[in-house]
Ligand binder design. Structure first.
Ligand SMILES: NC(=O)c1ccc[n+]([C@@H]2O[C@H](COP(=O)([O-])OP(=O)(O)OC[C@H]3O[C@@H](n4cnc5c(N)ncnc54)[C@H](OP(=O)(O)O)[C@@H]3O)[C@@H](O)[C@H]2O)c1
Length: 262
């Protein structure tokens, strides 16, 4: 198993992507610490992992609270002795999506930029401090394709995603000499996630079409004429977290199904 003996911490593990990646990490041999803001969804993920014979432990951790993240990492080190993989998959509600930029309040514009970068910065650097003594570790981020496209009505979401990608590269430049790889995942929209179901429903309504038609238009822009799946993203995350990806750092893995050129 490619992640055998590895210890992983997943932030936002109660969500669609965090949960799926946590399950995949565990299936491939990692001991997984699943964290998020609300216990109930974390217990479901940890329970699934344990039922499948894997190792998981759930904890409530606000990934915006640096002290809470630090306390939890101290707990992980106490339990498992090390941390090898850190994956930040938090996702914020974005009620101000679909408001034109010229009408968007400056605070609302800034909120996702400040929040995503703050959380990715805090979780990454605190994990890195535990990884540096081992001269080994992998830090993963995940961003939507709006990091790279001019997309209307996403408020500060596009700049936030672009900032997380820039942070991913910057962390790699500083940490790779110390044996720590930092890599981003940039999937296409994943229709099976609630986030995409709800936001595409709203976009479709606003543009006088149906969600299926809206999804069809987006899928039509990809080479494969379809969008991403959670399984595809989780499989890529497993590979990137494994030693088989030792040549990959400081890059954002383009899983846009051909809709974005590198
Ligand atoms: N879904 C897609 O198709 C897609 C594609 C590309 C990129 N992404 C990105 O991937 C990330 C996750 O997406 P998703 O679809 O999995 O979203 P999701 O299902 O809404 O999950 C997000 C999770 O983050 C948790 N969370 C929010 N704030 C947190 C905090 N401060 N500390 C800890 N956990 C926190 C949420 O917990 P609570 O609900 O308890 O607050 C929720 O469990 C997002 O950043 C999104 O932009 C998603």
């Amino acid at each position: 198993m490619p992640l055998s003996g590895k210890v992983a911490v997943v932030y936002g593990a109660g969500g669609a992507i965090g949960g799926e990646v946590a399950r995949a990490f565990a299936r491939e041999g990692a001991r997984v610490f699943v964290t998020g803001r609300h216990r109930a969804s974390l217990d479901v993920v940890a329970g699934d992992i344990q039922s499948a014979g894997g190792s998981a432990e759930a904890a409530e951790v606000d990934a915006l609270d640096e002290r809470a993240v630090d306390r939890h990492l101290a707990f992980v080190i106490g339990q498992a002795g090390r941390v090898d993989i850190s994956f930040n998959a938090i996702g914020l509600p974005n009620p101000k999506q679909r408001v034109p930029l010229v009408e968007l309040d400056v605070e609302q514009f800034s909120l996702p930029i400040a929040t995503y970068t703050r959380s990715c910065f805090a979780t990454a650097r605190l994990a890195a401090r535990r990884m540096i003594p081992n001269r080994s570790g992998v830090i993963l981020t995940v961003t939507p394709t709006i990091a790279r496209t001019g997309t209307p009505l996403v408020g500060g979401g596009g700049p936030a995603a672009a900032a997380v990608e820039a942070l991913t590269r910057g962390l790699s430049a500083e940490l790779a000499p110390q044996g720590i790889r930092v890599v981003g995942l940039r999937p296409q929209a994943i229709p099976e996630t609630r986030r995409i179901r709800e936001s595409f429903e709203a976009y479709a309504t606003a543009s006088g079409t149906t969600r299926e038609e809206f999804l069809g238009v987006l899928a039509g822009r990809t080479h494969s004429r379809r969008l991403s799946t959670l399984t595809e993203l989780a499989d890529a995350a497993v590979f990137l977290a494994s030693d088989q990806a030792s040549g990959m750092t400081g890059t954002i893995v383009n899983l846009s199904m051909g809709s974005l050129d590198d």
